[in-house]
Design a protein around this ligand. Sequence first.
Ligand code: RUG
Length: 799
Amino acid sequence: MKLTKKQFKQDFEKRLTTKFATDVEKAGPQETLAAVSSVIKAYYSKIWQEDNEYKDETKKKQAYYFSIEFLPGKMLKSNLLNLGILDTVRESLSDLGIDLDAIAQIEPDMAIGNGGLGRLGSCFLDSAASTGIPLNGNGIRYSYGLFKQKIVDGYQVELPDSWLDNGNPWEIRRADKAVEVHFGGEVWLEDDGTGRLMPHYRNQERVLAVPYDTPMVGFENTTVNNMCLWRSEVPKDLDLRFQNLEYMRQTAMLSAELYPDDSNYDGRLLRLKQEYFFVSAGLQRVINHFKNINKVPVTHIADFISIHINDTHPALCVPEFMRILVDEFGIEWERAWNITVKVMSYTNHTILSEALEKWPEEMVKNLLPRIYQIILEIDRRRTADLLPKVGAKLVHSTRIVKDGQIHMANLAIIGSHSTNGVAKLHSDLLKDVELHDFYLIYPERFNNKTNGIADRRWSQIANERLSGVLDETIGKSWRHNLNELKLLEAYKNDENTLERLQAANFDNKLRLAEYIQEHNGITVNPEAIFDVQVKRLHAYKRQLLNVLHILKLYFDIKDNPEIEMVPRVFIFGAKAAPGYHYAKSIIKCINEIANMVNNDKDVADKLKVVFMENYNVSLAEIIIPAANVGEQISLASKEASGTSNMKFMLNGALTIGTLDGANIEIFEVAGKGNYFKFGLTKDEVYEYYRNGNYNAHDIYEQNPIVHRILDAFIDGTIPNISAEGPEVFDSLTTYNDEYFVLRDFNDYVRAQKDLERLYKNKNAWAQASLMNIANVGKFSSDRTIKEYADDIWHVHEKK
Ligand code: RUG
């Protein structure tokens, strides 16, 4: 959009008066932020309205991304960037004595997600809007986002994230579009007089679902899509019997928090309720909209909408859509089923069985009696149909209802026309191993969509220094098409470019060093290698392997304080799920090791360990541009894709990683010599599983370095971990090291040495860094989302 400084200042000052009865001099930071946001909202609202009209008039097919998580982060700068007014607004505010970056910093992170899954959803919504693809999000408006992590005495403490305290300037409450979602009670079927059995209900719990729309503004185009988030409320016309505090509390709980504690029955029930809540509300809204703008029978709906099931949480989309078609529109079962399969598609994000949801039949039956009936009927018909075709074994292994449980991944695969994994290796594993039986029955449904990242946020917003150098070197076309970064390769031998790229990284390191000084009280040397592992804390991601290597370096220094080594700063950022005890113990160990190392005089500047509290999208925007090395060290086969690996690459960090997830594709394009690969391959891992011959204790006994490092966890060397140390020690020895940490240790140390060697050669390192940046184009989520649009949803870009 076109905007002059004069216009913006006028709008801003007027808004301060009309909204807050104040002016530039007297306004506090919250008022300033709210007024700026409100002006920006007015700017995009017109574009939003027009785009909605365009969509309604053209009636083009739209896709809906159902996800229990989104992780948009802060929105102010990304809205400004996408509207093309970031510089104008920054300068206008500066003229008025206001620092845009300081104001942007106080906006709370919209953290209604947990990790990669939610962030991917937000990258997709950003990329879809930016490439003109009509894709809308559908989720829950949690009053409390992912907990705020505090580190107290080395331990993770979880505090509530009440991100809505100052309101959310971007959202619009659409009370007129509220719908009802029903739970529990009894259901029975009665002939409606024409021979059709129709459901009748009694004593159902009614919940009002109110949508809040947040615009997804496209990058310098005219597309604004929608992220619809549902809030649970008590219906106004509720029967007096139900108008009590307990009912209100229960209703509010539905959209209160992300991933309620599911270590007990009530917590699990609430989770299932949440899943049905946003699925049912979302589908009702989509279908209402379809009915309002299209004058065609609902049997044509597959030509107008596509519903995407992101992970298993929204898998109830399948039976709920069937319920609406069959019960509410009176469509005959087989026809409704064909429509449903055409409309639905599913992404699998993990092979870890703990994340493939299963719900006890009894729970589903009591909470969602009609949905339960429909699931049974889907399962019954499919079994009858397939038995003669593929035999009992395959039918049984792929059934939705078995062993007293409803298997949600099975429901999603069977009820949709597309199942994709999120990196080539992962998709192959699904086809060949984990979902092989499904693949035998539905080979045409399986495909791969390698993840991507919203590159504008991770470069143009997070790394303005690097972006500036890129502009000066290769022009600005890369800002619209990340593949254009390939132009940078021509500068591989240009010393000036290499120096400027490294200088940008150094400035980012200074910024991070300042942050660490302020928040952790640790002084780090910006000349050191900044070696970063930021991601959720999980045993399979093997933060522990990183820790063992740190201890090795520590002992090397203790044995020889004069040892020559390139100084390193190891930086961690990780939240552990509140109920995941082992992961929390690892956090405690990291913090105690950090204390030990950072305060040891022998170590001096050679080694620093920093655990950064409350890792989230905003912190990632400060950490990743400052990294020299990104740690992607999961056990091969376990990380479906990973996306921080792509963010590091974009920012010029070199990856040290296993042949897992998208690392493999990153290595392919980065080119030999520009990454550090180590560890078992996926085939070697599966070979161990087949033979059952891994023996971690032998490694402990036979490798003196490993022996000494592990003993440090139990012999008092590392202080204050009398409970956690033995727990970690036992996991690696007594319990045979589930994720082969010890098996990969030597090769990891070797790769770390290679890394250090390369870093000593400044020029070679800078060249490798440049090659990472130049070849990152494939990992733009603009590419990924286009593949989804073309291959799965068949929705088209706005021309
Ligand atoms: O662990 C995976 C990551 O490998 C992947 O990059 C990301 C996005 O596809 O999804 C993560 N994930 C998987 N988050 N939750 C799950 C399982 O529910």
